[in-house]
Design a protein around this ligand. Structure first.
Ligand code: S3P
Length: 192
């Protein structure tokens, strides 16, 4: 589906500044349902960059779905595939990467992300995460138990790690609002 983003005149000059000053890939981190895929695509589109979702590349390389990888080979195998994919994607220029929510919980993957990208933590509250993740059933970690409890625990456990990202952006609002938060957050980070 194609979406037209509300980009006003002031934002256009912001985007040009970001195009001139962002010299590393931009990586979106955060929990399942934080909007990483959606906002990654939106941000890549206005930047004229390509957008890649690490989960999609893993699925393509493994030739099976994420739940199938977890079921057949276990989570450690998935995390190793993820580390390899992230390392490859970080070598690409003018790229926006939407990372699976657990990627930066692996020390080696996290070290690569913090060093080789400008990273954005999309921080959403529990209600938003629950609402967005309830729309599909492709997340193995939410299948074994009450999604509210699981997401709440993950939020508590992972937030200190996500907070190491270059910037933190509130991602509870509409796409246009979050997109603007991202642009302003990056400008502040780059001191533009
Ligand atoms: C995971 C998040 C998922 C996917 C896998 C594990 C996690 O990606 O990588 O199911 O550990 O949080 P999204 O964050 O894109 O849903």
């Amino acid at each position: 589906m194609n979406k037209t983003y509300c980009i006003n005149f002031a934002m256009t000059s912001d985007i040009v500044q970001l195009q001139q000053n962002l010299n590393k890939p931009v990586v979106f981190v955060g929990l399942m349902g934080a909007g990483k895929t959606e906002m990654g695509q939106a941000f890549a589109k206005i930047m004229g960059w390509k957008c890649v979702d690490s989960d999609d590349v893993i699925i393509e390389r493994a030739g099976m779905s994420i739940p199938e990888i977890f079921e057949k080979y276990g989570e450690p195998h998935f995390r190793e595939l993820e580390r390899q994919v992230v390392a490859d994607l970080l070598a690409q220029e003018k790229t926006v990467i939407s990372l699976g929510g657990g990627a930066v919980m692996q020390v080696q993957t996290a070290a690569l992300v913090w060093e080789k990208s400008t990273s954005i933590w999309l921080n959403a509250d529990l209600a938003t995460l629950l609402d967005r993740t309830s729309r599909d059933d492709n997340r193995p970690l939410l299948r074994d138990g009450d999604p509210r409890e699981i997401l709440s625990e993950l939020l508590e456990k992972r937030s200190p790690v996500y907070s190491k990202a270059s910037i933190t952006v509130d991602s509870n609002g509409s796409q246009d609002v979050v997109l603007n938060n991202i642009i302003q957050g990056l400008k502040a980070h780059l001191k533009l």
